[in-house]
Design a protein around this ligand. Sequence first.
Ligand SMILES: [Zn+2]
Length: 255
Amino acid sequence: MIVETEGVILHGMNYRDTSKIVTVYTKKFGKIKVVAKGVRSQKNKFGSSLEPMTIASIVLYKKEHKDLHLLSKSEIAVVLNRLQENQERMYCGLAVVELVSMVMHDEDGNGKVYELLTESLTAVNAAEKNHVNVLLSFMMKLFGELGFGMNLQKCSVCQKSIDELDVTHAFLRLSDGTMTCSDCTGDLQTNGTKVSGGMLKSLYYLQENEIKQASSLALSSNVKNDLIATLESYLRYHSEGSRTLKSLSLLYSTQ
Ligand SMILES: [Zn+2]
């Protein structure tokens, strides 16, 4: 069956002499693998449309009950020409596609996840600063789509809303993403991971606002590092087989 769809290139690996097997997160079918014949030869008809992070329009022969399909045509659908401009942009963009590759199952289409993914890459491309915030906002929203979103709007005990609370710290429970304020727990660690008031409000901001607004949030490097560590532990708790994002660790080793 010949089908057309839009997709984001997650990664590729060399296959035989001149081809590649490319993993794409498509709008219609979710994550699939396609063979791009001749992409490493002089007769390459795909141009640079199969590089990771590319949003491409593709045509493929989709084989029923097979997990490898044949790519017939691919071209760049949205030009994101700043992603390679500096290391921060590039590694944040790569971390976004790495995350999708890691947590999404094969051929499990989810239009909302596709939308969040393309919004995130577009936002990383456009942002002038704080690119990593885009990734963090994407993570918060993706958790919600996958059924384990955090519930930070109010304290799980006194039910006071996050806006009413003047907390120096709170506790975030990894098992269900609920928050308990310091008035209700004092310093008892039994309610989860201790997070600062600033960190709690930053998480809430990243969850509630549009992805493209994430980069306008200024974070100190301490808060930023804590947020990354917390979101990665949260992900490991909820998504089987997930591990530290390699692209993100590359970024932080360069600073
Ligand atoms: Zn409370």
